[in-house]
Write a protein that binds this ligand. Structure first.
Ligand code: F6P
Length: 547
């Protein structure tokens, strides 16, 4: 399939030329925007979520062409192949069955295996939550330290933070990912080994950051007086590499399985979410899965023109491939969703940041957009200036819950008002005439500075409330959006070869940095050579292998 040669692609390119100078303000004109209004036509619901995509640079024809493109690029067939467990990750010869992890049907792929592991997770979670899991001095666990990085960190951390208001137990959950010791040290300062349970999450159990942090923590326990036998009460692991986990010294009873048919960044629904389950309890964890399952069903069965992941994905294609947008902003108007942008960065950019099609050809069109963002309203006082008046068009996803997660009066109304007003302002802009009216003729020179072009595209995703179910739905929405885009671009969203080279070279450089004898750096370029030499000469560099 050559994307550019598809008839719908050419039709969209021609259609883009026709509408690129149209202003959304005119489409929303109250005289012409009669029932069913743009908002009526361009709002869809599913899985308890509402997506208003009416403030986009699209007409009814754009949407129908984008849906046609989804059909022509076999989005439905690819989706169905994923759900039934076909090898949709051919470079690693794997299925991608994260949807099976939240399926309720006993006939879903691997249902028995998934259920057994979930029961094991719930038993551990309840023991910890009920203060029955005791540390080496007989004290109940009060701190969980999740050691992992990328998909073994970002999802669980984002969800635990988002659902803090559902965490009724007094257990504190810490996430350590960075190899920078500041990360682990900061946590060590807050915890007591006698009351700490460590969850090492690593699909491969070879990831340098995770293994270094895990080894440092094991040393810390030993230094505190915990014997090797007693470590059993303080370490559990989630991994696909059982041999390495056992070699690390973790009891087989404390090992949770990761399967090769679940990708790291799609894994929070598996035992990778153990820290989440401990935080919010097994019942709430089930609700998280239920929300994701509702979106799975929606993605699978809703007609494409009412299908939220399809619409979100195709709108992204519209801006990336036709408007030439390089990035898009995710702006959750929710402090609880603080880590959502970082989570989505891995989800979308590690999945779709590819330049080669499934059959190995170099693409001649852009793929994944850069994802960035911050919660509102903070972002309004940081980078929204550029979004309103910069020359670059950056589409934005606003995400907001109608119900607050706190009891402070007056705050949530203001939060909602800011969110809705921003998308309105970004759409409407301010014309020169309106600007002149504001400043009058005395300050005419100010006019160009207070004109807003408007016509800036935004989606608004509404949640009735932020709870485990709606969060599960929201995450699954973005997972499937990512999949839809991969299907259109004909790329594999489930591998990540691009992270390998840096890892390999990192090992080489590390051995050179810590070598106490002279090293031959001629294989490096002059810049890298000079950096390594400078670091080797630095008095602060301490050699020492922890793992
Ligand atoms: O950065 C690459 C990556 O493989 C991610 O895809 C993954 O989520 C992360 O590293 C962690 O990998 P692991 O779970 O094997 O430690």
């Amino acid at each position: 399939m050559i994307l550019h040669s598809l008839s719908t692609w050419s039709a969209l390119a021609a259609h883009y030329k026709l509408i690129r100078n149209s202003h959304m303000r005119d489409w929303f004109d109250p005289i012409s925007d009669l029932a069913p209004t743009r908002a009526d036509r361009f709002t869809v619901t599913g899985g308890g979520l509402t997506l208003d995509f009416s403030k986009n640079r699209v007409t009814d024809q754009t949407i129908s062409l984008l849906i046609q493109l989804a059909q022509e690029t076999h989005v439905q067939a690819r989706r169905d192949a994923m759900f039934i467990g076909e090898i949709v990750n051919p470079t690693e010869r794997r299925a991608a069955l994260h949807t099976a992890l939240r399926a309720s049907d006993a006939s879903a792929p691997y249902a028995a295996q998934i259920k057994a592991e979930r029961i094991k997770m719930a038993i551990l979670a309840e023991r910890v939550r009920n203060r029955q899991w005791l540390g080496y001095t007989g004290q109940p666990i009060e701190h969980i330290v999740n050691i992992g990085i990328g998909g073994s960190d970002l999802g669980p951390k984002m969800v635990t933070h988002a659902l803090r208001h559902f965490a009724k137990s007094r257990i504190r959950i810490h996430y350590v990912s960075n190899i920078d010791g500041v990360d682990l040290q900061g946590v060590l300062e807050q915890i007591n080994p006698e009351k700490t349970l460590v969850i090492i999450v690593s699909k491969t159990f070879t990831t340098s950051e995770t293994m270094t942090n895990a080894c440092s923590l094991r040393d810390w326990f030993r230094r505190s007086g915990c014997t090797s036998d007693q470590l059993v009460s303080h370490f559990v692991a989630v991994s696909a590499n059982l041999q390495e986990v056992v070699r690390f010294g973790i009891s087989p009873d404390n090992i949770f399985e990761m399967w090769d048919w679940v990708g790291g960044r799609y894994s929070l629904w598996s035992a990778v979410g153990l820290s989440v389950m401990i935080a919010i309890g097994p019942k709430n964890f089930d609700q998280l899965l239920k929300g994701a399952h509702l979106i799975d069903e929606h993605f699978r069965y809703a007609p494409l023109e009412h299908n939220m992941p399809v619409l979100l994905g195709m709108l992204g294609v519209w801006y990336r491939n036709f408007f030439g947008s390089q990035s898009y902003v995710v702006a959750p108007y929710s402090q609880a969703l603080y880590f959502l942008p970082a989570y989505l960065q891995q989800l979308e950019m590690e999945s779709n940041g590819k330049s080669v099609t499934l059959d190995g050809h170099i693409v001649d069109y852009p793929t994944a957009a850069v994802v960035w963002g911050e919660p509102g309203t903070n972002s309004q006082h940081a980078f929204f200036q550029m979004l309103h008046q910069g020359p670059t068009i950056v589409p934005i996803d606003f995400i907001i819950s109608l119900t607050p997660e706190h009891s402070l009066p007056g705050h949530h109304e203001k939060l909602l008002a800011n969110c809705f007003a921003q998308s309105e302002a970004l759409m409407l802009g301010r014309t020169e005439a309106e600007a002149k009216n504001i400043v009058g003729c005395k300050q005419a020179s100010l006019v160009p500075h207070i004109v807003f072009p408007g016509n800036r595209p935004t989606n608004t995703i509404l949640l009735d409330e932020l709870n485990p179910q709606s969060l599960g739905a929201l995450i699954a929405l973005y997972e499937h959006k990512t999949f839809v885009q991969a299907a259109v671009w004909n790329i594999n969203p489930f591998d990540q070869w691009g992270v390998e080279l840096g890892k390999i070279l990192g090992k080489v450089v590390e051995s050179e940095l810590i070598s106490t004898s002279s090293v031959d750096l001629r294989n490096h370029d002059s810049s890298t050579r000079a950096l390594i030499t400078r670091a080797r000469e630095s008095a602060t560099l301490k050699s020492g292998i922890v793992c």
